[in-house]
Design a protein around this ligand. Structure first.
Ligand code: ATP
Ligand code: MG
Length: 191
């Protein structure tokens, strides 16, 4: 499951857990992006914080792990590179790329889009306010999975942290404490 995870929240964790249960996955690898190509205009929290929050959030689940492949690769993050690195690390593994429907809709615009279909199965989890529009996607290329609607976004969590409002229960307890300890999101401009 790729994402900016700025910060990781319970929407991400429920989506991962539901995908793992429905598809019978052995492991869900959370892959925080390095420099996301599509978020270049925004202030993104340094990768090490996003990585550590992901580790804290997933530590108690034996099937959840966090990968550094994207944050350790220089340059912008492209999914084709992510999948190539993960395949090298897990030879023979059957890979599923789990993502929100909003992100999957952009897939045709991703670098080397035509190669992606052979590298992994694609799973689009629905999130509040988004419907998968499959125009132009290969038939059978994307599995849609409805997960309990969670109206949680990282954008809202950052806004709350900046405004001194609670993020308790939107993100795992350890992430609440990590944000406070490091004073994350305090100096953000309005998004
Ligand atoms: P931002 O508000 O900064 O865009 P985000 O909440 O969308 O952040 P990302 O890190 O961009 O979080 O998301 C990673 C992946 O998780 C994306 O594919 C996104 O669609 C999906 N996702 C995000 N929030 C939810 C949610 N509440 N339920 C299900 N999937 C989600
Ligand atoms: Mg997003």
């Amino acid at each position: 499951m790729g994402g900016t995870f700025d910060p990781i929240h319970h929407g991400h964790l429920v989506a991962a857990s539901e995908a793992a249960a429905h598809l019978g996955l052995d492991e869900v690898v959370f892959v925080p992006t390095g420099r996301p190509g599509f978020k270049q205009h925004q202030d993104v929290t340094p990768a090490e914080h996003r990585y550590l929050m992901s580790v804290v959030a997933t530590a108690s689940n034996p099937r959840f792990t966090v990968s550094r492949v994207d944050i350790d690769r220089p340059g912008l993050t492209y999914t084709v590179d992510t999948l190539r690195d993960l395949r090298e690390q897990r030879p023979g593994a059957d890979l599923y790329f789990i993502s929100g429907a909003d992100a999957i809709e952009q897939i045709l615009t991703w670098k080397d889009a035509e190669k992606l279909w052979d590298m992994a199965h694609f799973v689009a989890v629905t999130r509040p306010g988004h419907r998968l529009s499959v125009d132009g996607l290969p038939v059978g290329g994307v599995t849609t999975l409805e997960v309990p609607a969670l109206a949680i976004s990282s954008t809202d969590c950052r806004r709350r942290a900046r405004a001194g409002q609670p993020v308790w229960y939107l993100v795992p307890d350890g992430v609440v404490q990590y944000i406070a300890k490091h004073g994350l999101y305090r100096g953000l401009h309005d998004e």
